[in-house]
Design a binder for this molecule. Structure first.
Ligand code: FA5
Length: 326
């Protein structure tokens, strides 16, 4: 029995079969246990001899089994370690780091400047009704002024907003006649313009609106000049040209002087038309206001010397990466 068990234990292939052998020889119903149990049948002289022999064998087998157990465990561990070994000299996996899009960068800067002058940031929907985009802004039905901003319509009543000016009306309605109103609103706008270096069918505007008692054109001039000097640097030249928008009277267009390109138009502005105030529930006898709407791409192009508006939308990484450290 001893030889048979020793042989089996020494040649066993894995830990699991070793444990089976342990049960077979040393378990409660095991062969050796059987011998020890059957000792009662032996004569008094035989009992101590057989007893001590069986116990010896038991001890030896136990020792052998635990040695083999240890060696299997060690082997398993070293295999595991080998498999899990990390080669620290292999090149790592690098995750590309993105950067803030230049348009968002400039929007953040413009917001900071106006928040510093006491403006709040407002928002409005990109899908607008004809009422907010045109009607409430004094573009009368069939008025040729509607052609100034060629539009993308869903239905005769719903369109992609052509400018951020509808937010003027939405803000005034929400304020229910209370003053002061001092907001800016950045957002996407859409027009059926042909794309070229300075025009895009989808671009970004930032609207501004101030309504209070005694708001004047000279305050508009001061706010705009202060903004332009902050964004383009002190001493930047600005000029106002008379213009026409149905929702402002008088209306102006604002150009700034770029040493390389000359005068460039960046925004439209004016005193809020009394009819717009009235429609939105403000008494034009009591309150006045000014508004402006700037083209964000044009401002970013001037500030960073970008020659083509399409760069903002092509998302060429070589272009976008240049703004990482700005
Ligand atoms: C307007 O959209 C008026 N809502 C602005 C306004 C607001 C006037 C409040 C008075 C009071 P205009 O169509 O001129 O105006 O556009 C404003 C600015 O958007 C332009 O000065 C220009 O910088 C920019 N812009 C206009 N069309 C495009 C275009 N296709 N691509 C890129 N920028 C454009």
């Amino acid at each position: 029995l001893k030889e048979e068990a020793t042989e089996a234990i020494e040649t066993v292939a894995d830990l699991e079969s070793l444990r089976e052998l342990k049960v077979k020889y040393l378990g409660k119903k095991g062969e050796l246990t059987g011998i020890l149990r059957g000792m009662g049948k032996l004569s008094p002289e035989e009992r101590p001899v057989i007893g001590s022999l069986a116990n010896d064998i038991r001890g030896q087998l136990e020792e052998l089994i635990s040695e083999r157990e240890a060696s299997f465990e060690e082997k398993a561990l070293s295999e595991k370690l080998h498999l899990e070994k990390i080669d620290v000299t292999l090149p790592g996996i690098t995750h590309p780091v993105g950067s803030v899009h230049p348009l968002n960068l400039i929007i953040e800067q413009i917001e900071d400047i106006f928040v510093g002058m006491g403006f709040e940031v407002a928002e409005g929907p990109e899908i607008e009704t004809d009422y907010y985009n045109f009607e409430a802004l004094n573009f009368l039905k069939d008025h040729p002024a509607r052609d100034m901003q060629d539009s993308f319509y869903f239905t005769p009543e719903m369109l992609l907003r052509t400018h951020t000016s509808p937010v003027q009306v939405r803000t005034l309605e929400a304020k229910e006649g209370y003053v002061p109103v001092r907001i800016i609103c950045p957002g996407k706008v859409y027009r059926r313009d042909d794309d070229d270096a300075t025009h895009s069918h989808q671009f970004t505007q930032i609207e501004g609106l101030v309504v209070d008692r005694g708001v004047s054109m000279s305050e508009l001039n001061g706010v705009l000049l202060s903004f332009i000097e902050k964004i383009f640097g002190e001493g930047t030249e600005m000029r106002l040209r008379p213009s026409y928008f149905p929702f402002t009277e008088p209306s102006v267009e604002v150009d700034i002087y770029d040493p390389e390109r000359g005068w460039i138009e960046i925004l439209g502005a004016g005193m809020v038309h009394p009819r717009v105030l009235e429609k939105a529930g403000y008494n034009p006898e009591r309150y006045t206001g000014f508004a402006f709407g700037m083209g964000v791409e044009r401002i970013a192009m001037l500030k960073y010397g970008i020659e083509d508006i399409r760069h903002f939308y092509n998302n060429d990484l070589r272009f976008l990466r240049q703004f990482r450290s700005v």
